[in-house]
Design a protein around this ligand. Structure first.
Ligand SMILES: Nc1ncnc2c1ncn2[C@@H]1O[C@H](COP(=O)(O)OP(=O)(O)OP(=O)(O)O)[C@@H](O)[C@H]1O
Length: 759
């Protein structure tokens, strides 16, 4: 039943142990945790000034991976198996243990992180799912430089698009979803994805994740309800390993790594803004669309998901600022409220399609089995009759399951071994009968000695044709049987006989999770109570005597004074943090400006202004894909040149395009416009529209002809031009009349001009 209760995001903190280097450097440890109270305190280095926080749980450096999973991953997977969406995500500074927590080393097994531990857990539940059928799928993606990539694809660098589904919410178009049949399949999927992830070495971490990654396991559960009808629930488990927030000065990032860091920090800021908006009662707008990460996490933050956020921190002094900032971030996230609900009978459940397909295949096989050996070779059976239709359906099924991984384990097939043997035996019997019948007919024909040779030959051919067709049908039947088996293997069936001990263990764990949950609620209530008590301080009170009044007022004053001091300190810290963030952002802006300047330099010197304006006018921003779009871009500029080269591959050394050209060998623009009306032309100094691929060949001295006659190749700057819609162009230069003159003398540069443009 759907359950519309609101619940807060569960926030836990994990502190990693001191690294080897930190021990060598004799670093000061500034993080203290009281695990049983969920309390963490961070001491300002060199002082006794501590900042205290409480969370749903805290895990110190002694916490082992197994215990961490039991308290964070386990309850979420249990909910997923009930049909809820669940998310576990790791957040924190670079090098604090996010990947260690979510993935962990491959060996030994006890160091496995949350993701691999869910595999065995999910399939243990599948094993115990009495009278249920399951379909389990997995996908693995990363967001690298604001681009979504499929880590399971043959081409993992290809950029995928985010789309909005009216009912299902945000989804990634064309993302690979592997159907898996056991924990080893999932392990294999994870390993493939891990190999494709973008990592790099920085000063803070030898293997730093340069992208955010999301591993998703979808579990579809089919079960008969008390109404006798089949019901489907779909649980989805998202496991997110975020890239680390980082300061350029500390990581020593340059070049591509710096560019990655800029994008990482920008998307993490967007995540911070979403968290702030969600807890701000005055704001109803949540800026999910500001980054791909926040769009993908939309359901996990403020949506219908049970979410655990694990904030990872380092234990030593030189990370004080980042640790404090992470704890503040996490503390804010505690107030986010989600509305988890069970996903019941969704329209697009794959298990339903599988179930229907299996039923249809079974019926067809049964029909054939009942009809006996004669049925598949009914003489005169017209094409388009049932047999042919079945063949089409089989092809459809093959399409659905084409991304299946290697089968390692079959929990239990829905079609019994006896059934398979029986049908196989029937097929064998049919074959034997067919062979006997053919042999008998052959003998009969040969016995008719007086029969004309020609007639005899015809009969023999007809007989052979019949036999071929019979064998084909028998093969089809066998193929269908294999299809049926393959599909049923994908639908995992829960064990009928669950051992009592297993059941008890599962119950015990469930009870422990419930106790834990109650403890968490109690703690939250305790916090609220303390808050209310503080608020009460401001209320008027009645006093029995003046002395009591003085006493109470003094204690109240003391408390208020302490609070005032704390708040002041908090303001100072926030100002400091704000300043550091501001500096980081300024750094980012400086980097982005540099990039913009380079783009502007290229535009100003290589693309005539009018043509640039045309491009700007034709470009529009597509909100759904978050990209600038120019129609027919595939027919423009460099792309045309590339296509031309392909056409040139005719072996005779002449350019393919020239065949439509003028007498002097240059192409006829009008002819080409007629041929491809949307083509953009390249520009030459004489102003003539020319195809990019027909530009003059380099002169003997190695310089191009254009370079020679131009005198000032591509250096004319156009300061102060107001380019309509040219973001970031004008702020770089001020108007300069001399430049206008230089501009007039400027040769018409190669660039992009739409066909038909008259200069
Ligand atoms: N709880 C822990 N116990 C033991 N070692 C840990 C723990 N947490 C982290 N480490 C070690 O610290 C190093 C950095 O960890 P990890 O790569 O997981 O950091 P990260 O937060 O994912 O960094 P980045 O954001 O740069 O990807 C690794 O060598 C890892 O093994």
């Amino acid at each position: 039943m759907a359950d519309d209760k609101r619940e807060c995001v569960k926030v836990v903190i994990r502190c990693r142990p001191l690294s080897g280097q930190e021990k060598i450097d004799n670093r000061e440890k500034i993080v203290d945790m009281v695990v049983k109270d969920g309390a963490v305190s961070v001491r300002r280095p060199g002082t006794q000034d501590c900042k205290n926080f409480t969370f749903d749980a805290v895990y110190d450096e002694h916490t082992i991976q197994g215990d961490f999973y039991e308290h964070t991953g386990y309850p979420i997977v249990e909910s997923v198996m009930d049909g809820y969406n669940g998310t576990v995500f790791a957040y924190g500074q670079t090098g604090t243990g996010k990947t260690h927590t979510m993935v962990g080393p491959a060996q030994p097994e006890e160091l496995h992180g949350v993701i691999p531990r869910t595999f065995a857990h999910i399939f243990r539940n599948v094993d115990c799912g009495q009278n249920k059928k399951f379909l389990v799928r997995a996908s693995y993606l990363e967001i690298y430089n604001e681009e979504i990539r499929d880590l399971l694809s043959k081409n993992p660098k290809q950029k995928l698009e985010l789309k909005d589904h009216p009912e299902g919410g945000v989804f990634v178009k064309d993302l690979t979803n592997m159907i898996v049949k056991g924990a080893p399949d999932l392990q294999q999927v994870m390993e493939v994805g891990q190999k494709n992830r973008s990592v790099a070495s920085t000063l803070m971490n030898n293997e730093s994740s340069r992208s955010h990654s999301i591993f998703t396991i979808t579990v579809e559960i089919l079960e008969q309800g008390i109404d006798g009808q089949d019901h489907i629930r779909v649980g989805k488990m998202n496991m997110v390993d975020l890239a680390g927030s980082e300061r350029q000065s500390k990581t020593g990032a340059t070049g591509d790594t710096l560019k990655e860091a800029t994008k990482i920090n920008m998307s993490l800021s967007a995540l911070g803004n979403v968290i702030s908006a969600l807890i701000d009662s005055k704001t109803s707008f949540v800026p999910y669309r500001d980054s791909k990460l926040t769009r993908l996490l939309q359901d996990s933050l403020g949506g219908n998901t049970k979410t655990v956020m694990c904030a990872c921190i380092g234990p030593v002094d030189y990370n004080f600022d980042e640790t404090l900032s992470t704890l503040r971030y996490a503390s804010r996230a505690k107030s986010i409220k989600n509305k988890p609900r069970i996903n019941e009978d969704p329209k697009d459940a794959m298990i339903r399609e599988f179930q229907d397909e299996i039923t249809r295949l079974k019926m067809k096989l049964q029909e054939r089995a009942n009809a006996g050996p004669g049925s598949p070779i009914r003489p005169g059976a017209a094409p388009g009759e049932p047999e042919v239709i079945v063949e089409k359906e089989v092809v459809e099924v093959e399409k659905i399951v084409e991304k299946e991984v290697v089968v390692q384990k079959v929990v239990q097939s829905g079609i019994t071994e006896e059934e398979v043997q029986r049908i196989q035996w029937q097929v064998e019997q049919e074959r034997a009968q067919i062979e006997m019948a053919v042999e008998a007919e052959r003998q009969a024909i040969e016995a008719q000695k007086e029969m004309a040779d020609q007639e005899k030959q015809q009969l023999l051919e007809a007989l052979e044709e019949k036999q071929r067709s019979r064998e084909e049908k028998a093969q089809q039947q066998e193929k269908m049987l294999q299809q049926l088996k393959a599909m049923e293997e994908k639908m995992l069936v829960g064990s009928q006989v669950m051992e009592k001990a297993m059941q008890q263990e599962a119950d015990l764990r469930k009870a422990a999770v419930e106790v834990e949950e109650k403890k968490r609620l109690e703690q939250r209530m305790q916090e609220e109570l303390e808050q209310q008590q503080e608020d009460k301080l401001n209320l008027e009170e009645k006093y029995a005597s003046t002395e009591e009044q003085v006493q109470k007022m003094t204690s109240k004053l003391e408390k208020l004074w302490n609070r005032h001091k704390q708040t002041q300190q908090e303001v100072q810290d926030l100002q400091h943090e704000f300043q550091t963030e501001r500096e980081d952002m300024l750094e980012t802006i400086r980097d982005l400006r540099k990039e913009v300047k380079l783009v502007c330099l290229t535009i100003e010197n290589f693309i005539p202004l009018e043509h640039y304006q045309q491009i700007v006018e034709r470009a529009h921003y597509d909100e759904s894909s978050d990209e600038w779009v120019i129609n027919n871009i595939d027919l423009a500029g460099n792309r045309v040149r590339r296509r031309g080269r392909i056409l040139d591959d005719d072996g005779d050394g002449r350019h393919g395009m020239r065949r439509t050209g003028q007498a002097d060998g240059s192409p006829d623009p009008v002819a080409m416009m007629n041929e491809r009306p949307n083509v953009y032309f390249a520009y030459t100094e004489d102003g003539g529209a020319q195809r990019a691929e027909t530009r003059p060949a380099p002169a003997k001295n190695g310089k191009s002809q254009r370079m020679k006659s131009a005198g000032r190749p591509g250096t004319a700057s156009r300061k102060g031009r107001a380019v309509k819609g040219a973001v970031g162009t004008n702020f770089l230069h001020s108007p300069d009349p001399e430049e206008a003159e230089a501009e007039a003398a400027f040769p018409k540069a190669r660039g992009l001009v739409r066909a038909g443009y008259q200069g």
